[in-house]
Design a protein. Structure first.
Length: 183
């Protein structure tokens, strides 16, 4: 075997090693992107759970939110501001998901799920009033998206929020047990 043949073999082996390295690097980058998306999702989910826990664990805040979701006009200025600030946090959360989707950082399924929750939220008169109050502080593309939900949906008076459907289903579950409550 001549020196030229050895050089050709060495070049081939080097090229093969570079190809294997590039494939490995591509796999690592792909895994890193998946890990980053998962970390982002977990962080956002943690923020939402913290917001829900702090906002709705307090009976007084929950009372304000239920009344304000239905645009109760008897609320005091302090109660209105409490609700607007709670909804401001939620709209910021929704905007982050919207912008992360636009930047390709979250998948379509998560985006769709989150936007469906926003669309449901926008049916509540108090949420609609809040949006009109704070809309100017949001990204124009997100604002247009929320405005579209407002045009697609009608306000819904859901009185006590989840209490009526929850109590209905709770009674059905108790009946399925065939055991009276409290026994």
């Amino acid at each position: 075997m001549s020196l030229s043949d050895l050089t050709n073999i060495g070049g081939f082996v080097s090229s093969l090693a570079v190809l294997v390295s590039l494939v490995y690097l591509a796999l690592q980058i792909r895994q890193s992107a998946k890990n980053q998306k998962a970390a982002i999702h977990n962080e956002r989910n943690g923020h939402l759970l913290g917001l829900l826990a702090s906002s709705y664990a307090d009976k007084q805040i929950m009372d304000v939110c239920v009344r304000d979701l239905n645009a109760d006009t008897t609320l005091s200025p302090v109660e209105c501001n409490q609700f607007v600030h709670v909804k401001l946090c939620f709209f910021n959360f929704y905007q982050e998901y919207f912008l992360m989707f636009m930047d390709g950082m979250i998948g379509k399924e998560r985006h769709t799920h989150t936007m469906n929750n926003l669309k449901m939220d926008v049916t509540r008169p108090g949420t609609r009033a809040t949006w009109k109050t704070i809309r100017g502080g949001f990204d124009p593309a997100f604002a247009a998206h929320v405005d579209g939900f407002g045009r697609e949906t009608s306000p819904v008076d859901n009185g006590d929020n989840f209490a009526t459907p929850f109590l209905h289903f709770a009674k059905l579950e108790r009946a399925a047990l065939a055991v009276p409550p409290g026994e």
